[in-house]
Design a protein around this ligand. Structure first.
Ligand SMILES: [Zn+2]
Length: 281
């Protein structure tokens, strides 16, 4: 991918936030370089497997191959549950239980340095509305941007284009994102969601709030969080899968893409659309 002011590094995991972030950046006509930082967390093998599927589904000439940078945190985090798998926060825990100390600081700093040789000056994160953590706050991200600009001697911008959306809103508004291929679980069973951890519960609640059938296959599921929508809204669930289409060619993104800048984008007019699904701004 040649250097470009329209190029952006997208910090990605396997979650639906990351898939929506990639989709939105591509829809805006950006050249996107996805970056995954491998820290040693227990869920990473499963997460990477699903992330690769998402990237295949979103395939586009403006989407660069996934880059993986090693960022081992064992010496920093010590016997943290994210590394040991012991005491993983369960479904009844709150946001504070899954805080990974300073993670956004580490991610953004590494991304900025890793992208410097390619002269990519924009780093995008899939942070959502209501994120309670200090290192996700607008003030912290602004200061990180200024700090990295000073440190690297060139402008570095930190973008959070999903900041206005909750997870449920994201699910409702980004139906052309391959949500069924996304993954966010703290204690996967093989490649499947466990169905009982904090992140699985968050995912289940978001689909329920969005009134969209949850296409996820959970290894187990707590009573009361069942997929009641699966039967009544099954057809809607199918629409979640693999339906991104290029506005210019009308062809599936996963099949091909014309690659013309802005071909997925009507950003200037206040919305982004793809295959009939709109992002309201
Ligand atoms: Zn889980």
């Amino acid at each position: 991918m040649p250097p470009s002011s329209r190029a952006v590094c997208a910090l990605v995991s396997g979650g639906l936030d990351s898939a929506a972030l990639l989709h939105r950046l591509l829809a805006a006509g950006r050249r996107v370089a996805p970056l995954y930082l491998r820290c040693g967390f227990g869920w990473e093998p499963a997460e990477l497997s699903w992330l690769r599927r998402v990237l295949r589904a979103l395939r586009c000439p403006r989407l660069a191959p996934l880059r993986i940078v090693e960022l081992p945190l064992r010496s920093v985090y010590g016997p943290h549950w994210s590394l040991t798998g012991r005491g993983v926060p369960g479904a009844a825990t709150g946001d504070a239980a899954v805080y990974l100390p300073g993670r956004n600081v580490l991610l953004v700093a590494h991304a900025a340095v890793a992208c410097a040789p390619r002269r990519i000056s924009a780093i995008a994160l899939g942070l959502l509305k209501g994120n309670p953590f200090g290192d996700a706050s607008p003030q912290c991200l602004r200061l990180m941007s200024r700090c990295l600009t000073l440190a690297l001697g060139r402008p570095i911008r930190v973008l959070v284009p999903l900041r206005r959306f909750t997870k449920a809103q994201l699910i409702r508004r980004a139906a052309s994102v391959p949500l069924a291929l996304t993954f966010s679980c703290l204690r996967p069973v093989g490649r499947r969601h466990c169905g009982r951890c904090n992140k699985c519960a968050e995912r289940q609640k978001a689909f329920l709030r969005a009134q969209i059938a949850d296409p996820t296959r959970y290894a187990s599921r707590k009573k009361g969080t069942g997929s009641a929508l699966s039967n009544s809204r099954g057809s809607r669930a199918q629409s979640v899968r693999h339906v991104s289409r290029c506005e210019t060619t009308g062809r599936k993104v996963s099949d091909t893409c014309c690659g013309r800048p802005g071909s997925f984008s009507t950003e200037q007019t206040g919305s982004i659309s793809s295959g009939g699904h709109r992002w309201k701004k």
